[in-house]
Write a protein that binds this ligand. Sequence first.
Ligand code: DQA
Length: 146
Amino acid sequence: MRLLVLNGPSLNLLGEREPSVYGSETWDSIAAGLRTRAVELGIEISFGQENSEGGLIDALQRERRSVDGVILNPGAFTHYSYALRDAIAAVGLPVIEVHLSLPEARERFRHRSVVAAVCIGRIAGFGALSYELALAAFARRGSGQK
Ligand code: DQA
């Protein structure tokens, strides 16, 4: 199984970005942990990060035939990007929405996810572990289902 881990805006700044909310671990360190876990699970994993809405949509379109699923943290686009929502539906890939923080426990504008309805699942609030749990979910589920 091949998975793409795709991050939205400012997630490249993890470690220095609001550490009280997102923790002090850098993305490179989180990605290294995911890579190790993926090897253990027999999953091929690749990574992407885009600060723009169009960049995220382009990445989903570009990878749509190369991967079996996507672990997606859309950042703030989660809450208002209908274009991203439509792109997820359009590519037809199974997507798990992940968040480091628990958006529902934060500001009101974060309480709504406009992408959740086109994802197969959602994991939020566990910091870097949210990504690893999504990886485990894909591993248990297998690549057969859409
Ligand atoms: C986030 C939550 C979003 O509300 C926020 O805009 C982010 C990060 C998270 O991982 O907790 O950029 O997606």
